[in-house]
Design a protein around this ligand. Structure first.
Ligand SMILES: Nc1ncnc2c1ncn2[C@@H]1O[C@H](COP(=O)(O)OP(=O)(O)OP(=O)(O)O)[C@@H](O)[C@H]1O
Length: 593
């Protein structure tokens, strides 16, 4: 054991100094641990070492497993890859093969976990659930136009209400209506071989309720539960986690409250502190950033966090000095950003331009960027073209693999890509060019990075990713030196330099937030006079700003215009750029490196 401890300590050494806070988490004997760690503070690294420590300290008996849950499919596979690469190094004498290691852990996303349970026991509630893998998974909300599903008006209204209550984390409503939701899915969706994303978790909650002996089995089978990106947990995820926990379960939760940017999809507000209280957990904070190379970036991170914690009185002690491109109008802003990129690139530096969302301003920028070789990845999950691309790929892929799930090779990949290209040949839309490239990058990573998986598992990741519309998570494997994407799409990724355009009022925070703020000309907010609801909306925007600003290893450069494009209206630096603790200095294109 002392050898293992030595090896783990060595792994957590940076320039000769061991990160004691990470080590405290790894070696802690507490059975309920919650770890708060901003991006780049070594959450994932700590998680991997913790698993190694738990396995070799015999916390996990032979027939039991550690369950590791995450929000996205790709995050789950990334963790699994890290585990399979790193753990054998730490655990040489404890684990003889990767297979043996796989026997101890199950790393998946919430939906993947629930699917695995429904594949085994779903038939107990509804016989046809044994064919779950061949069903099409759909998201049902007010924009849905599912023609094949014969819903009456009352059912449609109910499903929309249910979704809205889910987004509002209204647990009381969900608990009261869960059975009704389940029966509509069974009566109307399953006969046409469709199922909703939410119902995959709902069916498992119902199964556990109806068959407590099955729940008991899973509770004993997974004596250790680890959840990553816990701040994104929605109310259904939370109910699932809660159900799996017994007084004996060891729980380790990792997250960062400030990176909660999926509130609009239902991430529960304050989920980290709620869980800390509810499960009586010991809080550990990681204190050292291992990502930033620049003192001002550390200060920016620190000061933004202080604001998020206390809007009224952030107690700033030192300013972060951040470069900012101030332009007269959107056209000159676009030109200035292009010049900045040209100046920064050239030595293999990776640069990202991160925007809030698609807009008229962004189109001007895109026109300028056509002068360089950049990768355009500005699509949101709700984008019709983005959804269409995934749906068509899903259909083509299913046709190619058919029922034969055990064979996955280059011939299948080539045919798949060729057929997709044929399908989109006539579309003159840069989004589809980007998505085809992203698809190729994604397939290459499955073949090369996930070669430790069986061919069937590789096919299932592809199906899962197309279904979850998560191609944009392959952005980190794109070879271009310059990427234009949204802040939401950049979550969890990092580049050498980040440029954030359009940081003017009415663009970011979004127009509606500025409207609620009364189009406040000075952008200074009196927090004693604002409603809780406004505070919450503002904080969510601040979180998005924080996630964007902390994606760079070397430097983040802000940019804004004095006039906004659509109406050429007067604008100017937004409220975030005026926060105490951020000192802007004029960027004169050449002075960055
Ligand atoms: N103690 C350490 N010594 C050396 N490098 C470290 C240490 N901790 C983390 N790192 C490195 O810092 C980088 C960020 O770590 P990691 O990815 O674990 O952070 P994170 O908190 O999970 O960030 P994110 O939320 O962005 O994924 C990685 O390259 C990791 O290898």
């Amino acid at each position: 054991m002392s050898n293992i401890r030595y090896k783990i300590k060595k792994l957590h050494e940076n320039r000769g100094v061991t990160d004691a806070h990470q080590i405290n988490v790894v070696f802690s004997e507490e059975s309920r641990v919650i770890v708060e760690a901003p991006a780049g503070y070594g959450k994932t690294k700590t998680l991997i070492s913790k698993i190694a420590y738990l396995i070799c300290d015999k916390y996990i008996k032979n027939s039991k497993k550690i369950l590791i849950l995450t929000f996205s499919v790709n995050a789950a596979y990334k963790i699994k890859k890290d585990i399979l690469i790193n753990l054998p190094i730490i655990l040489e004498e404890y684990i003889s093969s990767k297979d043996q290691l796989s026997n101890h852990i199950f790393s998946t996303n919430y939906h993947g976990f629930c699917r695995s349970i429904l594949n085994k026991y779903g038939y107990l509630m509804e016989d046809t659930l044994k064919d779950l893998n061949s069903f099409e998974t759909v998201d049902f909300d007010e924009n849905s136009s599912e023609k094949k599903i014969n819903l009456n008006r009352a059912e449609k209204t109910f499903l929309i209400d249910f979704k809205n209550n889910l987004k509002m984390s209204n647990r009381e409503y969900i608990e009261k209506n869960i059975l009704k939701y389940k029966s509509i899915i069974i009566e109307k969706f399953i006969p046409v071989e469709k199922i909703t994303f939410d119902s995959i978790i709902i069916f498992v909650l119902c199964l556990f309720y109806e068959y407590p002996e099955i729940l008991k089995f899973y509770q004993l089978y997974y004596p250790i539960l680890i959840v990553d990106e816990y701040q994104d947990t929605n109310i259904l995820n939370f109910m699932l986690v809660e159900t799996l926990i017994t007084p004996e379960t060891r729980i380790i939760l990792f997250g960062d409250p400030l990176q909660r940017i999926y509130g609009f999809l239902g991430a529960v507000p304050n989920i980290m502190s709620i869980s800390k209280e509810k499960f009586n957990m010991e809080l550990f904070k990681l204190k050292t950033n291992h990502r930033f190379e620049n003192e001002n970036m550390l200060l920016l991170d620190k000061n933004l966090r202080k604001h998020a914690k206390n809007l009224n009185n952030p107690s700033i002690t030192e300013d972060a000095i951040i470069k900012c491109i101030a332009s007269d109008d959107q056209q000159s802003e676009a030109k200035n950003i292009l010049n900045k990129i040209k100046y920064l690139s050239g030595e293999g530096e990776k640069i990202a331009v991160l925007c809030r969302l698609r807009s008229e301003n962004l189109n001007l920028l895109k026109r300028e960027l056509r002068n360089i070789n950049y990768f355009d990845a500005v699509f949101s999950d709700e984008d019709p073209d983005y959804i269409k691309f995934h749906n068509i790929c899903k259909r083509i892929f299913n046709q190619i693999v058919g029922d034969e799930l055990n064979i996955f090779n280059m011939r299948i990949i080539n045919r798949f890509v060729k057929d997709v290209k044929v399908e989109f040949k006539i579309e003159e839309n840069i989004i589809f060019d980007s998505l085809i490239y992203l698809l190729e990058v994604f397939l290459e990573s499955i073949r090369e990075e996930y070669n430790f998986l069986t061919q069937k598992q590789q096919i299932m990741i592809i199906k899962d990713s197309l279904e979850r519309k998560s191609l944009k998570q392959s952005l980190e494997n794109v070879k271009h030196d310059v990427i234009l994407t949204t802040i939401h799409g950049a979550k969890g990724l990092e580049w050498d330099y980040v440029i954030m355009p359009d940081l003017e009022k009415y663009s970011f925070p979004l127009y509606y937030t500025c409207k609620e703020c009364g189009f406040n000309q000075t952008c200074s907010i009196n927090w004693n006079e604002t409603s809780e609801d406004f505070k919450e909306k503002y904080l969510e925007e601040l979180n998005v700003f924080y996630v964007g600003a902390t994606r760079s290893r070397k430097e983040t450069i802000f940019s804004f215009s004095r006039r906004n494009a659509p109406y050429n209206s007067l604008s100017g630096a937004n409220c975030f750029l005026r926060l105490e603790g951020i000192k802007l200095i004029k960027d004169s294109i050449e002075d960055n490196k």
